[in-house]
Design a protein around this ligand. Structure first.
Ligand code: SF4
Length: 375
């Protein structure tokens, strides 16, 4: 039995999915209970702990207090004195601004919390804030598979109605190489099981993770998982390769070769081309992606998504490089920005000043991508 830490005030974890930008963040776990994936460095230095339901309920109380202050129900509030109390105050303020509709449970895989405690937290959250419409969490496939269906159904009834699952790839060789701790089949079973319990599924796909060598297999195996699960959402998050990550070793030794942006887009094209018979919403809302405009509901959006990709792939190499750098510098956000002469000039000037051309653009883009990941 893991020792539960003492209450140390309101806590925030380090990350959330981009789609949870407007959610209240409530920390259920510290760190990740698995913490072995070789492509992930988010929680390497965070000692894992499951917080108690009692402590999470105290966090909910702190949010309720500050919501009441901002809504004028408490008049004599003093300034927040501790870092935790400041976080609670800012969190409550931001949550009010976004309508107080959704909550995201941090850190990795919060469903490791014992089910009776999770139910206690969910009941208390609903009782404190009866108008919440959506509660979501990261969830590992293997943990979903171990949970009894009746618990998943109860979670869904209590509003925990979306899991963000880091599928990454459906290719068993790459899953094993990256120590993801699951298999293609387990990922399929978890997705189907959660959906059957009434929980929406958002599957993250990481193009590029299998290097050039496994790009094709990864695209096809991942599409096969999606086709069997029919997740509500498919989100693309391109791989960033930092030297600090354990998987860097595979690229250093030559086991895998780093694909550049163009090759990654080819992998994404193959993946989308092979999505069949599903109704998922595809989204590319992560800062690491080149084509953020890949967004739409299948099956009707598929031809449009492929056309966007082809539009990029058909560009002359020099124009592709301007767009790649424009994206990595966050100067450009969509292919239409190539029609904006001011933005194009800005990128060209940067290229001239920094000596960036087709011989070094891959390395420059890699370095700029690494700046976007909190490791
Ligand atoms: S990818 Fe997810 S499961 Fe793997 S170590 Fe990172 S947080 Fe944990």
């Amino acid at each position: 039995m893991r020792k539960k830490p003492a209450y140390e005030g309101f806590e925030l974890g380090p990350i959330r999915p981009p789609s949870e930008a407007y959610s209240l963040l409530l920390r259920i776990n510290r760190g990740c209970g698995w913490n072995k994936c070789r492509f992930c460095g988010f929680y390497r230095d965070v000692p894992f702990a499951i917080r108690s339901a009692e402590d999470v309920k105290k966090d909910i109380d702190r949010i309720k207090y500050w919501v009441d202050v901002f809504q004028g129900n408490i008049e004599d509030a003093s300034n927040p004195a501790t870092p935790g109390e400041q976080e609670a105050c800012y969190s409550a303020y931001n949550w009010i601004q976004s309508g107080m509709k959704s909550v995201f449970f941090q850190d990795g895989n919060s469903i490791l919390m014992p089910p009776d405690e999770m139910i206690e937290v969910l009941e208390y959250l609903n009782q404190t804030f009866p108008n919440i419409q959506r509660i979501t969490s990261y969830a590992r496939s293997d943990t979903i598979n171990r949970l009894k269906p009746e618990y998943l159904r109860r979670y869904a009834e209590l509003g925990l109605n979306r899991f963000h699952i880091g599928l990454e790839t459906g290719n068993d060789y790459i899953l094993k190489l990256m120590k993801k701790g699951t298999t293609k089949q387990a990922q399929i079973e978890a997705g189907i099981k959660a959906k059957a319990a009434g929980i929406e599924i958002n599957e993250f796909y990481m193009p590029g993770m299998g290097g050039r060598e496994y790009a094709r297999a990864s695209a096809l195996d991942t599409a096969d998982v999606m086709n069997q699960v029919n997740p509500d959402f498919i989100r693309i998050r391109s791989m960033a390769l930092a030297e600090k990550l354990e998987m860097y070793e595979d690229y250093r030794t030559g086991l895998l070769t780093r694909p550049n942006d163009i090759e990654t887009i080819h992998e994404i094209r193959l993946f989308i081309e092979n999505l069949h018979g599903i109704t998922s919403v595809v989204d590319s809302d992560h800062i690491l992606n080149i084509l953020l405009e890949l967004r739409g509901k299948l099956p009707e959006a598929k031809p449009r998504l492929l056309a966007i990709i082809d539009q990029f792939l058909d560009l002359p190499e020099d124009t592709q490089n301007i767009y790649r750098l424009g994206r990595r510098l966050n100067v450009m956000n969509a292919l239409r920005d190539l029609n904006n002469p001011i933005l194009v000039d800005r990128v060209k000037q940067t290229m001239d000043k920094a000596g960036i051309d087709k011989t070094n653009i891959d390395d420059v883009c890699d370095q700029l991508m690494i700046r976007c990941i909190p490791i």
